[in-house]
Design a protein. Sequence first.
Lengths: 589, 194
Amino acid sequence: MSAISASQALPPVTPEGFRLCPVTGKRIHLAADQLVKANAVVSVVALLIGAIAAILLVLTRWQAVHLLPAEWFYRVLTAHGLSMLIFFIIFFEMAVLHFTSTALINARVAAPKLSWAAFGLMTAGALLTEVIVWSGKADVLFTSYVPLRAHPLYYLGIILFAVGALIVTGVFFANLVVAKREHTYEGSLPLVVYGALTANIIAVITLLHGAAIYIPTFLWSLGLMNVDPEVYRLIWWALGHSSQQINVAAMVAIWYLLGALTVGAVVLNEKISRLAFVLYILFISMASAHHLLVDPGMGPAWKVVNTSYFMYMAVLASMIHGFTVPAGMELGQRLRGVGSGLFGWLRRAPWGDPGFSSLVFSVVVFGFVGGITGVTIGTEQINIIVHNTLRSPGHFHATVVSGTAMAFMGATYYLIPLVFRKKVALWGFARVQPYMFAGGMLFFTIFMTFAGSFGVPRRHWDISFSQAPFDVQFNPAVDLILAIMALGGLTAATAALGFVAVAVKSVFFGEPLGAITEGVEMRGVPRGITHPPRHAANVDELNAALHAPGRGIMGPAPGTLVLVFVFLAAFMLYFFVNWKVLSFVWKIG
Amino acid sequence: MTPETHTGLDSPTGVWWKPAHRSEKLWVGIAFGWCIVLFAMMPLWHLKGGQNPSGIRRRTDPSAYFKRTQEFIRQYKVGDDRGLPIVEPPPGADVYLAGMTFQWTPILRLRQGAEYTLHISSLDVNHGFSLFPVNVNFQVVPGYDYGLRVTPTAAGDFRIICNEFCGIGHHTMVGRVIVLDSAGREIARSGEVR
C-alpha cells in the first residue's frame, strides 16, 4: 500500500460542491476549503500582531535597550499573550478541526452556515478584545487575575470568541457523525483525525471552564457579583492550562500528518497511539494545578495528585507519542528503502522541505526543552524555586511556540498548495524559515530559563529596580543572559514575521499551483508533494523483515529507540539536579 | 501478527487492536516506570525533604489581616528604614507580612537557624513573594493567609521582589528581610559583619 493512499473509499464521481485533491486523492468539500482558508488567514493576522508585540517586549526586557515605558510594556504584554496564545493558536486550530473532520475523510461540512456564524462571532470577539486592550482599558495581563479589573467589554469579547469556538467543536462532532452515516470512509477514523477528535473533546472541556470563569468575571466587572481570587485562579487555569492541552493534542495530530506527507511515516501501532490520545482526554485537564503549587488555597494532597495528572498519565502519553512519531518516520523511511544503519533514515531525510524540518524541530524542542522543563517545574516542591520567575515562560515558549506554533507553520507550508492551491511564495526564505525560527527559539527559551534560575521575575518591566525603595542587584551574568535571550527572541520573531510574509504573499498574490509532475522539483512546492513518499513495491516483505524476531529488541525503529533513551537520560539529569538545587534553599514547610 | 504499513492519513480497516512490537512495549514500560518515579518524589520529599509548600492555609479578611499585621508590628518593632518599620520577632514567633500595591510591610529581622511561622497575605490584589537572592517563591492571594514554617539557613540582607503583576507600579515593589547570624550580628550584602 502506498504511503498516501488514493484508493480508500473514494466515490467514483466527484459530487457537486466538492473537488478532488490531486495529491491525496481525497474529495474535498468546497465549503470546508473556504472555512479552512478564512480561519487560517485570521490566525496569521493574529500572529502578525503577536510577533510585533514580541519584538517590543524583548527589546524592553533586554535591560540595555529597555524600549517601552512601563505602562506600554504591560499593555503590550497583555496583547502578546492574547494574540498568540488565544487568537493565533485557536483560529489555526479551528482550521485544523474543519480540515481534519472533512478533507481527510472525504466528508462534507454538516453545517456550513453555523460554521460561518461561529467564525463571525470569534472574529468579532477577538476584535473587540484587541481594541479594548490596545486602547489601554485592560492592563491586566493575559490572566486578568481578579481583583485586577478590566473594562467589561474585554471579558465580553473573550466570551463571544469562546462561544464561537464552542460552536465549531459542535460542528466537528456533527461532521464526523454525518461522515459515518454517509459512509465517506471505510473502517476507523484515520489517526490524524482521531488526534484532532481528542483535541476537540479537550476543547469542549476547556471552553466550558472558560464559560464558568469569564461569565462570572464579566458580571463582577459590572458590579453584579463577587468572585473569589483563589477560585478565579483555579477555574481560570482549568481554561488556561487545558487550552494548552488542546494545543498539544492538535500538535501531535499535525506531527502524524506531516510525518505521513513528508516521509511516508507509518503508524507503528494504532492501539498504542490511540490509547495515548485517550490518556490525554482522561488526565490532562487536571493541569490547572501547575499554576497553584505555591498557592495558599489548596493542600499538598490535592497539589500532588493534580499536578501529576494522577501519576503523570498525560506525561506518559506524550512520552509514547515522542517515540511513536519519530519511530513511524524512521520505519516509513526504511519502507521506502531510504537510509541504512541506525540514523541513515534521518541523514537522508528531506531537510530542505520546510514541512519536514518544522516537524523535526517541533518534536525535538517540544520534548527536550518544553517537556523536560515542564514536568520538572510542575513538581510540587520544585515549583518553589520556579514560580513566576522567567523559568516559567522559558518552559512554555518551548512547548507552545517551538512545539505547537512550529508544527502549525510546518502544516501551513502544505496547506498553501493543498488547500489554497497556490505555490509557496518567497520559497528560498521559506526553506530556511524553520531553521531560523527554531534556532532563535532555542536560544530564547534556554536563556530565559537560565535567567529565571537566578530568580529574575517574569512579567516585570525593570529588573534594575531603579525606582524601588531597596536596591536589588542581580548577578552580573544576568545582563548577558537577558541580552542573549533577547537576540534569540528577535531572531525567532523575525522568522515569524517572515512566515507571515510568506503566507500572505502566497495566499493573496501567489502563483496558482498548476499541474504537478511527480518526480520533478518545483519551486514553491514542498518535496512531499512533488515527490510523494511512496513505500517500496515490496513493502510488506520489507516490513516483515524489519519486524522479524531475529532483529531482537531493537525492532523496526532502532535509531529512534537510541534517541528516546538519550531523551530519558537528559530528563533524569535535569529532574534530579533541580531537586539538588531545591535542597540548598531555606527550610520551608 | 501483520504489522501496519499505513499512515496516519489512512483509515485503518478491520481489527487494528494488535499487539505492539517488543521495542514499543519496552519504551512504554520504561516511560511508565519513570512516571511513577516522578510521582513518588513528591510524597517522599514531604517525608524526608526540607522544602515543602504545605504551610497553614486559611481564609482571612484583608482588613482583619491588616489589623493583625499592625499588632505584630507594634509588638516587636525595633526601628525604621525608609519609612517602613523594622520588626524583630523572637524565634518561633508568628510573623506577619502584608503585600499591598506597591510595598511589603514590615521589614523583618530574623535569626539564622531559628524557625518562624511566616504568614503572607495581600491587602488588595494578587502579589508574588520572591525572596532574593535565595529564589524562593510563593503566590500571595488576597483573602488567604499562607502560614509557612521557614528557617533561614544563611545570614544576610535579603529582598522580597513582587513577581506577580499587580499594577503599573509592580516593578517598584521591593521589601526587605534581614537575617542576623547565629551570634546576632547583621551581615551586609557584601558578606562583611556590620
